[in-house]
Design a protein around this ligand. Structure first.
Ligand code: AHR
Length: 331
């Protein structure tokens, strides 16, 4: 009973952005963590599953971090075909099972209130991995760990204003509707480009993070604009690489006739940048397992964490920059 009160009181602190947590019986000695029952600390990972190179790298990194050797039992629950219901079902079973912590990468931003409230009642801290929830009620979760989508997309917009000082017409290839990072990336881009009348928006359409879909979407866009599209903002690498294929298929030269900028920073994109097919790549660093591990330990040991922990990312604006980074690239 004592623990219940403490957790709710401490959770209200979380809404102030600062969390102090003392979950008796959960704190570890920094080496092998121990869960409530003295066994390994149980982590329920409500994950997205197969969705491209970035996701594969992020979720593999989480699984390689929360190992038995480190004192954890990570229960990996990827969504079925990106379906939110399968995620809510997995979340519910983790709450019922009484895991020590839940990691959540939401396929949809909205629809999480009830589940998060249930975790609170069960005194299970929830940490958001990459994706946010909408509305962003920070009192319902401990923290979100992710690169800063606003800054990442603003870096793309900044490059576009430097590259096209006279402005340009452009098209946006978006991720799936309803996903927090899509809205955040649109906001970051629009806050800069939206304020510049010399930049003319030809349109925007989802291509669901997919190369194939982006190729077919952009083929149609090129046709309906007489191949006169100067700039593409692709919200992830796979879609940017799809636009490259469409440009080549139209007999145009990517990087010359059409400049394409992407977000993620995967090997494939850096190779395309090194070959001058892409023109700018903003990294969205997926390798933050160690950060998540550090946060889980702090939360279970009653230490303070911020409500948003930003994972640092970098940008690549030339073939040379890409060539330099490629040899060490891990994703
Ligand atoms: O949520 C992050 C996005 O999800 C990545 O940018 C995209 O590649 C992934 O599928």
């Amino acid at each position: 009973m004592v623990r219940n009160k403490r957790f709710h009181w401490l959770l209200s602190l979380a809404s102030a952005g600062v969390l102090v947590l003392g979950l008796s019986g959960c704190s570890g000695d920094g080496g092998g963590e121990t869960g409530d029952d003295g066994g390994p600390t149980k982590i329920g990972f409500v994950a997205v599953g197969p969705e491209g190179a970035w996701r594969q790298a992020n979720e593999a990194n989480m699984q390689e971090t929360f190992t038995k050797e480190a004192g954890f039992e990570l229960k990996y629950a990827p969504a079925t075909n990106l379906d939110q219901k399968s995620q809510i079902d997995a979340f519910t079973s983790f709450v019922d099972e009484g895991v020590d912590v839940i990691l959540l990468s939401a396929t949809e931003g909205s629809g999480w209130e009830d589940s998060l409230k249930r975790a609170q009642e069960a005194e299970i801290p929830v940490i958001l991995i990459d994706r946010g929830i909408e509305p962003d009620t920070t009192s319902l979760y401990v923290t979100r760990i992710a690169p800063d989508n606003l800054q990442v997309s603003k870096s793309v917009a900044g490059w576009a204003t430097e590259t096209f000082p006279q402005g340009a017409n452009y098209f946006v290839l978006e991720g799936p509707a309803g996903v927090s990072v899509v809205n955040e990336r649109n906001r970051g881009w629009n806050e800069t480009i939206g304020a510049k009348p010399e930049f003319k928006k030809l349109g925007a359409q989802t291509a669901n993070w997919s190369t194939e879909e982006a190729k077919s979407v952009f083929e149609t866009v090129l046709k309906s604009n007489n191949n006169k599209v100067q700039l593409v903002f692709a919200q992830n690498d796979e879609m940017g690489l799809g636009a490259v294929l469409a440009v080549e298929e139209a007999g145009l030269v990517p990087g010359k006739d059409v400049k394409i900028a992407t977000i993620d920073g995967t090997k494939n994109a850096l190779e395309a940048l090194a070959a001058n097919k892409l023109s700018f790549v903003a990294e969205y660093n997926p390798l933050f397992g160690e950060t998540a591990l550090d946060v889980v330990k702090k939360v279970l040991a009653g230490e303070k964490v911020e409500s948003y922990i930003v994972v640092p990312s970098q940008t690549f604006n030339s073939p040379e920059a890409a060539k330099t980074a490629l040899p060490q690239r891990k994703f």
